[in-house]
Write a protein that binds this ligand. Sequence first.
Ligand SMILES: *Cc1c(COP(=O)(O)O)cnc(C)c1O
Length: 459
Amino acid sequence: MTATVAELLVRHIESLPDMPAADFDGVEDLVESLREPVPERGDAFDDLVRRVGEAATRGFNTAGPGYLAYIPGGGLWSAAVADFLAAALNRFVGVWNAAPALVQMEWQAIRWLADAFGYPPTSSGIFTSGGSMSNFSGIVSARRALLGEDTAGGTLYVSEQAHVSVLKAAVLAGFPRANVRALTPDSRLRMDPDALREAVRADRDAGLRPFLVVASAGTTNTGAVDPIAPIADLAAEEGLWLHVDAAYGGFFRLTERGRAAFAGIERADSITLDPHKAMFLPYGTGCLLVREGRRLREAHDVHEAEYLQDLASDELTPNFTDLSPELSRDFRGLRVWLPLKLHGLAAFREALDEKLDLARVLYEGIRDAPGIVVPWEPELTVVAFRLEPDGASAAEAEEATRHLLERINASRRVFLSSTTIGGRMILRACVVSHRTHRDRIYEAVDIVRRAAGELASTC
Ligand SMILES: *Cc1c(COP(=O)(O)O)cnc(C)c1O
């Protein structure tokens, strides 16, 4: 069985660079062929594996080097092997006593990440299924710490460029949408601390209870980094919890450039990270770090399960269920532990440095192309641009930008996505896959330049 799977995966992964960056050819028939009743008796294994392999060739090729849409991740092979091990071993890691050494491996991996962010030994953390869940538990921790049980009038502050999962988390945590203040960012799309101060003071004067500011260490739209140190000063002055959503950008902290860009992040009360983005791990791996560790526990531990009474824990032997909404779950820590032990931190640092360089290559390669406008110099690895051919009206430029995206993606060598900023369509290329290297970025530059040239001359 495993030989069949290994053979399929080796072939699949070797062919990733040649597969289209997105492929929907014949997908309707493929989907139709999967609408079927459950078999009474089992089918042949090899045939089933072949069908899985075929199904995985359609849609966005998120694991391939040309996928630059949204936030890529890649998925390290070593992490997939860790998942196989974890599922086959199937030990229970929700509480310490059930598998002390395996829980320690997961806890150790959390400690490594906390150390990388300059957090003290009293900090805590949890591996979640992704950034959205991390933001949720971060907001719940802040709510519990600053508002207690009565959340009425609690208001929180984000920049307009914050990820939508923050709004979703706030709503799920019981706050009315109207209590989430979306601040207008500065010209580089970063949170404006003065606007934050004014909003907080106005709300306080109105009898509301400002308690939380969420800064972004790399926005999803453009990779803009909010000024964390000034925001941390203000949070301290105003008694606010500072949560940093570093789901996309966090791991750049391992590099010198990232460390400079995120100065002050160690002062945040909590940090969201997404190892399934810039740590190249498979989907389903998020992380929340909380500086004052007991705050995470106080928000998630309700002390009332008599059937878990044999499983008491302390700070050194955490029960992950006391730090999270979950009880039973996968041993996701192994997916972080094994790659870090196997490759070493330096391998990640070097790969992330390479991605920062690649974003520069792309930026410098396209910014003087005919009609291309790159409104913001990339701070991390998102290159955002649009097409504004000479003399084009706003509506024509919008249309040209839409066509540019279609042409770029029709190349099937790279796949980009778009967003809207200030009412204008913006294309974005995000470089964070461990499989994306210089050759593909040079190709991307050529594809963008050629498409822009053709469109600019026909406009
Ligand atoms: C991706 C992202 C999220 C959401 O994370 P998921 O892992 O997709 O749930 C939150 N914030 C930012 C900045 C992101 O880039």
